[in-house]
Design a protein around this ligand. Structure first.
Ligand code: TGC
Ligand code: FAD
Length: 390
């Protein structure tokens, strides 16, 4: 993939401004220099490339669309282009950046006290502290409103009991944003620091997806949290769900990056691999049909991402728009990876090429941050006015 120049079929670049192109180029260069050379090894060995965290911070990639506290304050479109390029490297890398910015910094920024913001945002922005987001539980994934984790006020503290599951960066985090029900049955957010009494983490092993990302369980057994670690600015499920809007938006762009990596690889391969009469496989109509499908879906995905990004920059985006973006772009990325794998034949299954890694990663991306079907139901509710979750 040396010399990767991006995927642009319809002069998409003409719709971007200089800042957006610069951010994209910076992220692309970082991925080319730091991720592509090491990612297959990290993925094979199941190791997150933690040594890159300070560099990601220096580049301004954490909380990049937030303002103040050292954050880059970039537009949402520039932010999306950044996640696209990071996920061209690996979905696990983009996941790490999404969680840190959209799921940890955003809730502190939006719902935190001044003391919480001043303490944590600069550290998280620089990558000097790592964060995780605990919403999902073993028995409550798509339906987080049913959560069992409880926080009971006792003097100057809250006592947390419960379990969170499938938590990205859980065991390497210095800070967990944890959602729990208080005695009035309302959902509140808590900042749980590494080493808090009664707080334990463990890692999920045996993953065939997002292998270069840490996925953990969090356990709280009479875990003592000082009352000042409650996020004061929000009550109810809309707190965590509004963080998910931010992360799902980044995923909508990010998935395009994985799709572009697979398309670019398959196109290059099809033009050089020869079968039958010494002709490249790209000369066959059935292969061209697959490539034409991929590029068409990538272009449609780019236009949707750009439009939703511009709406977000203008303060006019709705969560149901973001659901469509996440649902569509992850689905077409996964299908692109599957078609690309087919074009590479047997070579498609080995890690000399990026495709199988992206394909396996995208299976997680299809499920997390709201499954594909949950987003269909969000769209269904928006257009019919009838919620069909139950
Ligand atoms: P419902 O009754 O519809 O809503 C409850 C309250 O929340 C409000 N709301 C939202 N607010 C902001 N943004 C949204 N997207 C919102 N959707 C709903 C709603 O207005 C209401 O507010 P209020 O004031 O009336 O109380 O809730 P429900 O229980 O019926 O659930 C709706 C549903 C199914 C869409 C929601 O539960 C859902 O999105 N489920 C999917 C769960 C999910 O996405 N989990 C992700 C966990 S984190 C993760 O996966 C990280 S992966 C790591 C990485 O990113 O790399
Ligand atoms: P379930 O909710 O049990 O769903 C199983 C199937 O049932 C799906 O096909 C789903 O679409 C379908 N289904 C469920 N309800 C309905 C319905 N009403 N109608 C129709 N179909 C339905 N969570 C966090 O909180 N923080 C994290 O950092 C985090 N990181 C993750 C990292 C990875 C690698 C993975 C795989 C997951 C992560 N998650 C995280 C959890 C993720 O958000 C959940 O896996 C996801 O929300 C789905 O929940 P579930 O796995 O329990 O599936």
């Amino acid at each position: 993939m040396a010399g990767y120049g991006g995927v642009d079929y319809i002069d998409f670049d003409s719709q971007l401004n200089d800042e957006e192109r610069l951010v994209r180029q910076t992220a692309r260069q970082f991925v080319e220099n730091e991720i592509i050379p090491i990612i297959e090894k990290h993925s094979r060995e199941g190791v997150f490339p933690k040594h890159l965290v300070p560099q990601l911070g220096e580049l301004g990639f954490f909380g990049a669309n937030l303002h103040g506290y050292g954050c880059a304050g970039m537009s949402n479109v520039a932010y999306g282009l950044m996640t696209q390029e990071l996920e061209r490297g690996d979905s696990g890398l983009r996941s790490f950046v999404s969680v840190q910015g959209a799921l940890v910094m955003y809730p502190i920024y939006t719902f935190g006290s001044d003391a919480q913001k001043n303490k944590w945002l600069p550290l998280l922005q620089q990558g000097k502290a790592i964060g995780c987001f605990g919403l999902t539980e073993p028995q409550f994934g798509s339906n987080p409103g049913g959560m069992l984790t409880r926080a009971v006020k006792q003097g100057q503290n809250y006592i947390l009991n419960g379990e969170k599951m499938w938590i990205t960066s859980g065991s390497i985090a210095d800070l967990a944003v944890v959602w729990a029900k208080t005695e009035d049955d309302k959902i509140r957010g808590f900042l749980v620091e590494k080493g808090a009494p009664g707080f334990k983490t463990w890692d999920v092993h045996g993953k065939w997806s997002l292998r270069a990302s840490v996925t953990s369980g969090l356990a709280f057994l009479d875990c003592q949290i000082p009352e000042e670690n409650l996020l004061p600015g929000v009550v109810g499920l809309k707190g965590p769900l509004s963080c998910l809007n931010q992360a799902r938006y980044g995923i909508g762009w990010g998935a395009l990056g994985a799709a572009m990596a697979c398309y670019d690889t398959a196109l290059g391969y099809a033009k050089t691999r020869k079968q039958f009469a010494n002709k490249p496989i790209a000369s066959h109509q059935l292969v061209q049909e697959k490539l034409a499908w991929m590029i068409t879906e990538i272009v449609k995905g780019q236009l949707l991402a750009l439009h939703v990004g511009r709406l977000k920059d203008n303060g006019r985006v709705d969560p149901a728009h973001i659901s469509m973006l996440k649902m569509n772009n992850v689905a077409i990325a996964l299908e692109t990876a599957r078609k690309a794998r087919d074009i590479l034949g047997a070579n498609g299954i080995v890690d000399d090429y990026c495709i199988m890694r992206h394909m396996n990663n995208l299976e997680s991306v299809y499920t997390y941050e709201g499954t594909n079907d949950i987003h269909k139901l969000v769209i269904g509710e928006r257009i019919t006015g009838i919620a069909a979750f139950v």
